[in-house]
Ligand binder design. Structure first.
Ligand code: NAD
Ligand code: IPM
Ligand code: MN
Length: 367
């Protein structure tokens, strides 16, 4: 098999800081496991805007379509807040998701034992937690037409449209049932069928797809009640499937079950390519964290766990993914903490790069 290709887009703010630690891990795999990647680095978000006047160049977009997987850090920041909407950093990320057709965004929320005391929820509620939120990523209110800001009766009106076709719901539902089959065979679908027609259709289509998966226990919940249940007793869930906007909100909420937004990875998957691998982009759930950018404070674990997901879902290296996850678990069990994983009066935090070095050392120890 030819050397697998990776496009790395560090982006803005803490994006380049956390991605530098992922590069250390990639190098480690090359030196110690014979797992080498053909790596290209490029720009996205504000960094691309500064260089090219657009948040994603056509060349970078074309490259993303060719590679085996894309790794993305984060985009955005206050410097770009006043830019025209069409060239905001976030548009670059949304273009990648849409044009690569990455419809299934897997956002696992796992509570590492060493952090069970640290979550803002009680230890009982989060200890041992391992759930997967599947967020639809290429449709819904993020992309629906009509949209825009218009003037009507002498005042401005902001418009966005929630729109889902049956086939869009069907494919993300199918991916979620497949995942549930490989996990605990429990799927909860969340929408607001009580107030939205798109929610009614969502529930009908998910139920229909469920007939092909009689071994999966399917339940439905209104997304607002789902948010409450995620905080009340998250262990009732295994896989959750939901739309683009609800998935955005629910996954940030789920981050706090794990202790920090700096812990949550994600995989955005599309249809299989000619080589059988899914089109894929891996990115932490967090953003560019302008409040801590440039200070060496960022937690790189979400981005490193996103690379572990790449090993598992794009490169068929499940055992190596587990090795990396176990190395992270060990470092956390040893009490190594970036600032986001410490309380107000906690011990001294390690820097972003020290955390990366500790994980590399734990990988060494795993050999
Ligand atoms: P954010 O995720 O950047 O930050 C929220 C809070 O979490 C901040 O206090 C931040 O310091 C903290 N945090 C986030 N990641 C962390 C990490 N790895 N280690 C330690 N602490 C971490 O969200 P925001 O402040 O709402 O958004 C900032 C910018 O990022 C905006 O421009 C937004 O659009 C963008 N954003 C980008 C992505 C992405 O690129 N995928 C995701 C979310 C937000
Ligand atoms: C995320 C982010 C993005 C989203 C933004 C930056 C476009 O919040 O990946 O969760 O809203 O999808
Ligand atoms: Mn988000």
């Amino acid at each position: 098999m030819s050397t697998p290709s990776l496009l790395i887009l560090p982006g803005d703010g803490i994006g380049p800081e956390v991605m530098a630690e992922v590069v250390k891990i990639i190098d480690w795999y090359g030196e110690n496991r014979g797992l080498t990647f053909d790596v290209t680095m490029d720009l996205v978000g504000g960094a691309a805007y500064d260089a090219h006047g657009v948040p994603l160049s056509d060349e970078t977009m074309a490259k993303a379509q060719e590679v085996d997987a894309v790794l993305l850090g984060a985009v955005g920041g206050p410097k770009y807040d006043t830019l025209d909407f069409s060239v905001k950093p976030e548009r670059g990320l949304l273009r990648l998701r849409k044009e690569m057709d990455l419809f299934a965004n897997l956002r696992p929320a796992q509570c590492f034992d060493a952090l069970a005391d640290f979550s803002s929820l009680k230890k009982d509620v989060v200890a041992g937690l391992d759930i997967m939120i599947v967020r639809e990523l290429t449709s819904g209110i993020y992309f629906g037409e009509p949209r825009g800001i218009i003037t009507e009766n002498n005042e401005r009106v902001g418009i966005n449209t929630q729109r889902y076709t049956e086939s869009e719901i069907e494919r993300v539902a199918r991916s979620s049932f497949e995942l549930a089959m490989r996990r605990n065979r429990k799927l909860c679908s969340m929408e607001k069928a009580n107030v939205m027609e798109s929610g009614i259709l969502w529930r009908e289509v998910v139920t229909e797809v469920g007939k092909d998966y009689p071994d999966v226990a399917l339940s439905h919940m209104y997304a607002d009640a789902g948010a409450m249940q995620l905080c009340r007793w998250p262990k009732q869930f295994d896989v959750i499937v939901t739309d683009n906007l609800f998935g955005d909100l629910l996954s940030d909420a789920a981050a706090m079950l794990t202790g920090s937004l700096g812990m949550l990875p994600s995989a955005s998957l599309g249809a299989p390519m000619a080589n059988g691998r899914p089109k894929a982009m891996y990115e932490p759930v967090h953003g560019s964290a302008p409040d801590i950018a440039g200070q060496g404070k960022a937690n790189p674990i979400a981005c490193i766990l996103s690379f572990a997901m790449a090993l598992r879902y794009s490169f068929d290296e499940g055992e190596e993914a587990t090795r990396l996850e176990k190395a992270i678990e060990k470092v956390l069990a040893d009490g190594v903490r970036t600032a986001d994983l410490l309380g107000e009066e906690g011990a001294t935090p390690v820097s972003t790069s020290e955390m990366g070095d500790k994980i590399v050392a734990a990988l060494d120890a795993s050999l």
